[in-house]
Design a protein around this ligand. Structure first.
Ligand SMILES: Nc1ncnc2c1ncn2[C@@H]1O[C@H](COP(=O)(O)OP(=O)(O)OP(=O)(O)O)[C@@H](O)[C@H]1O
Ligand SMILES: [Mg+2]
Length: 480
């Protein structure tokens, strides 16, 4: 699962979460810090301005450039009183930058501050301010305002305050950031888990179903769910599965048709071959009376003929079904073709004592003359074989609805309802035909059906009301 959707989502989301947590924290903390510093500077400035005002008034009243001793002491004690209450450090400097009063510490009195840039600027008559880092890492802010008497700088009101420790700030900042990141990571992992489950569950479903399908269960389908893309994928899979299943069913049917065909052919071959072998072996044994020998030889001849007919019929079927359009098409006069077919079978029909009559007429059709003659020959053969002696087989031609129709009617036993759906199957013979042990292999009608289909027509079988059967062939008439 190294490059699973979940891992990728998690990596992407964590990257976004951590970057934004760090970035936002840094931004807000620096904003907060500069805001705090600005506020502090404002406060220090107001305090030093107030101080400067107060001291200037006293200096004016005293008329001296330096603060009188008692004034300084009073101010110092006042500052010492309020000093602990306010967080600022207040000093009053004289015009040389030396501390006269210090709110923090008595020992600070007399210290020299003229060197600091903020005091230097105040001594020059300009407000001065500075931020410095103290030795213990604290941020210290300094504001110095000039005390102006009679247009001269008589002293400096100097205020200072330390802010929070930068180190403390950084530690605090890291802790908070760490907490935020841990929270973000947890939340992101949870959300990613939920999201990836929602995304991958239908995909895993699909994968499982596809495996089952590949494993041979073609009935499995997926329930389309999840995002629309995944749904579309599931739908596409289902459609494909449907198609494959249909094709598989067809293939299986085709497969079983083929194996049935092969076993039917073997079966058909066995009967004549057994007869031939039996006759041949008897003859080989010798000592067979002349009459019997002739009998055996004629069996061999008859059965061999049956075998070659079977081979021919199978070849014909193969050619018609295997390749389309291999024969040149021409306009066929059906009346003439029917006559030829009847004439060709005359020796057979006459030997059966059956008369073949042709009535009506039909428009020409497009096709191959020999094939159509074969169709009629097979139908006349069947009809005359089943019609009793002195009966009539009728070939009726007509035109119906832009089709040329040929009907072959006989006076035989007719076809039972059970046989009708099967008479065009290969090797099918009805009970009647099998009982009489007459007729051939059951390939005549399949050949008829294959030829008619190849010409774009249809053939159907039915029972006549007056008795006997009727085979109806409809072929598209050739336009004039
Ligand atoms: N005119 C008909 N009346 C009644 N049954 C028929 C008729 N024609 C065909 N059948 C039935 O249909 C079966 C199949 O006919 P088909 O022509 O395919 O085979 P066959 O005549 O038995 O053998 P083959 O034509 O290969 O020599 C026949 O055995 C018969 O049972
Ligand atoms: Mg036949």
């Amino acid at each position: 699962m190294r490059s699973s959707i979940r891992t990728r989502l998690l990596a992407a989301f964590l990257a976004v979460a951590i970057t934004s947590a760090v970035g936002l924290s840094a931004y807000f903390l620096s904003e907060l810090e500069s805001y705090g510093l600005r506020k502090l500077e404002d406060r220090l400035n107001s305090e030093s301005l107030v101080m400067a005002g107060m001291v200037a008034a006293q200096l004016e009243a005293g008329g001296e450039t330096s603060l009188p001793e008692d004034e300084a002491e009073a101010l110092a004690s006042e500052l010492a009183r309020v000093g602990p209450k306010i967080s600022s450090h207040i000093r009053i400097l004289d015009s040389s930058g030396k501390a006269l009063v210090d709110s923090g510490d008595e020992s600070g009195v007399g210290a020299q501050y003229a060197e600091t840039p903020e005091v230097a600027s105040a001594l020059a008559g300009q407000r001065g301010a500075a931020t410095r880092i103290t030795e213990d890492g604290r941020v210290a802010l300094y504001v110095a305002n000039p005390i102006v008497v009679d247009g001269h700088v008589a002293g400096v009101a100097y205020t200072a305050a330390t802010t929070f420790s930068i180190r403390t700030l950084l530690r605090d900042y890291r802790l908070r950031l760490g907490g935020a990141i841990v929270l973000f990571v947890l939340l992101t992992t949870l959300l990613t888990e939920l999201l990836s489950r929602w995304l991958t569950a239908p995909l895993l479903d699909l994968a499982r179903t596809a495996s089952a399908f590949a494993g041979g269960d073609h009935s499995v389908r997926v329930r389309p769910r999840g995002s629309s893309e995944v749904k579309a994928l599931a739908q596409a899979f289902n459609n494909m599965a449907e198609e494959v299943q249909t094709v598989m069913v067809e293939l299986k049917e085709e497969e079983s048709r083929k194996s049935r065909f092969v076993s039917d052919v073997s079966h058909e071959l066995r009967t004549p071959l057994t007869a031939i072998r039996g006759a041949a072996e008897t003859l080989l044994d010798g000592d067979v009376p002349e009459d019997d020998a002739r009998q055996f030889l004629s069996t061999i001849a008859r059965e061999s003929e049956r075998l070659s007919r079977l081979a021919n019929d199978l070849l014909t079927l193969q050619r018609i079904e295997g390749a389309t359009g291999e024969l040149p098409f021409s306009r066929i006069d059906l009346l003439e073709t029917a006559r030829r077919a009847a004439e060709g079978l005359a020796p057979l029909t006459e030997s059966r004592g059956v008369q073949v009559v042709i009535v009506g007429s039909a428009p020409p059709v497009l096709g191959n003359k020999d094939r159509i003659q074969q169709v009629l020959g097979n139908l006349i053969d069947n009809a005359s074989r089943l019609t009793p002696e002195n009966g009539v087989v009728t070939i009726a031609l007509s035109a119906e609805d832009r089709h040329s129709v040929i009907r072959v009617l006989d006076e035989g036993p007719g076809i039972s309802d059970a046989d009708i759906p099967h008479v065009f199957d290969r090797f099918y013979r009805s009970q009647v035909s099998r009982d009489r042990s007459s007729g051939g292999a059951g390939l005549g009608l399949p050949i008829v059906a294959a030829i008619v289909r190849s010409l774009g027509g249809t053939v159907t079988a039915a029972r006549r009301e007056v008795g006997g059967s009727v085979f109806t062939i409809r072929l598209p008439s050739a336009g004039s």
